[in-house]
Design a protein. Structure first.
Length: 172
């Protein structure tokens, strides 16, 4: 039997998302901001986050897939969907559900910088440390964990469980 160990309740998520949105609103109040959600996992987090912002914001999405995360390979990343908005002179924040090895984010930051963004920040629901391979500076973190396979609130196992309103550690 699979076991679902609660990590973040609905209330905890709502509180942290509102706090992080407030921080972003303060930090970017004088700048043109674009939030970029990374599909698919970030779609719920992004949807809640933007509704707590008190500054103007544009929204776009990217999709990347990384190879070899579960092996010791170097972890190449393939871009599946690029942004559609013009990023020139815009300040962007990447919105991720989870940072694990850091390989995906390191690639996305470089890609967005080379697309002309004035600055690239990172906002993650979960910062998971244990398997980090590439150092990435995460500017806004809702919750940090060392390890564990997490599902819910956008995070999946084999595409299931994204719809759970809480975050769980899934023990198979
Ligand atoms: C997850 C997550 C990040 C990436 C993080 O995406 O959304 O994009 O993995 O892993 P990393 O730090 O080891 O690179 P996934 O490929 O599982 O796709 P999904 O968002 O569609 O679930």
């Amino acid at each position: 039997m699979s076991e679902f160990i609660p990590i973040l309740t609905r209330e905890e998520i709502e509180k942290r998302v509102a706090e992080v949105a407030q921080e972003i609103s303060n930090d970017y109040r004088d700048r043109d901001l674009i939030l970029i959600g990374i599909l698919k996992g970030a779609f719920i987090f992004l949807a809640d986050l933007i509704r707590h912002l008190s500054i103007p914001v544009q929204v776009d999405f990217m999709c990347a897939s990384s190879y070899g995360r579960s092996t010791s390979s170097s972890g190449r990343v393939k871009l599946i969907k690029d942004v559609e908005l013009d990023l020139k002179s815009k300040h962007v924040i990447i919105v991720e559900d989870i940072v694990d090895t850091g390989v995906t984010l390191a690639y996305l930051v470089e890609h967005l910088k080379s697309s002309g963004a004035a600055s690239v920040g990172i906002c993650a629901l979960i910062d998971k440390h244990e398997r980090r391979k590439v150092e990435v500076e995460v500017d806004y973190i809702c919750h940090a964990v060392d390890k564990g396979f997490l599902v819910g609130y956008g995070l999946d196992y084999a595409e299931f469980y994204r719809n759970l309103p809480e975050v769980y550690h899934l023990k198979l």
